[in-house]
Design a binder for this molecule. Structure first.
Ligand code: ZN
Length: 217
């Protein structure tokens, strides 16, 4: 049960809204308050993280933040002029990705869903310099998220203390730069609970390792 996406995690723990974190119960308005101690629901950690799901969601979080960057309003009422500025920014970002990388970014498909898939999100994080240049989002934020995604998908045992520090520093940097825009639920999960989840995995790895050693004796 370590590889389910946010939606399954939410339904399995009885959390209704997908903008609510199923691990600590925090909602969007709490996501940027990174120093508030959060009560963790122990069973929720069992769900772990799907790296593929996380990569696509984080990619989308950065895109949505980028669209709003010129106006810097999250859920506050926007004027028609502000709405068109955001739309213009979105078009400009899509155009540059298409021209410079050939990627179709955040475009609705005829049947269902959109073009934000595994390949698109992987390519986005492969080149943080270009991703930052096109979106206008901090290179450091994109680069740090890329490093975190690589660490959790590496299959290696992760030092959860180091992970925690790196992820928290990333969360602080995000809040410092984008206090007007809450982190997305996935970003919150990866940056705030990632260490707890990786520790869980670490324990599982160690137990398997010990079992393996015993059986070869
Ligand atoms: Zn949480």
């Amino acid at each position: 049960m370590t590889m389910v996406d946010g939606k399954v995690g939410n339904s399995a723990t009885g959390t209704k809204s997908t903008s609510r974190c199923y691990i600590c119960g925090a909602t969007t308005k709490d996501f940027n308050k990174i120093d508030v101690q959060k009560q963790i629901i122990p069973e929720a950690i069992e769900f772990g993280l799907s790296v593929l799901h996380a990569r696509i969601r984080l990619f989308e979080s950065i895109l949505h933040l980028a669209y709003m960057l010129p106006v810097k309003k999250y859920r506050e009422r926007k004027t028609e002029a502000e709405k068109s500025i955001e739309l213009e920014k979105k078009r400009e970002i899509q155009k540059r990705f298409r021209q410079e990388t050939g990627l179709l970014v955040d475009i609705l498909k005829a049947n269902f869903g959109n073009t934000n898939d595994d390949n698109t999100s992987r390519r986005f994080f492969e080149d943080p310099i270009l991703a930052s240049d096109i979106t206008g989002i901090s290179y450091d934020v994109i680069f740090r998220i890329k490093v975190i995604l690589e660490a959790i998908s590496s299959g290696h045992i992760i030092n959860s203390e180091k992970y925690d520090k790196y992820a928290l520093d990333t969360a602080r940097l995000y809040v410092q730069l984008y206090s007007w825009h809450p982190m997305s639920p996935t970003m919150h999960k990866i940056l705030i609970h990632g260490a707890v989840i990786t520790k869980k995995r670490f324990i599982a790895h160690t137990a398997a390792f010990r079992r393996g050693r015993r059986s070869t004796k």
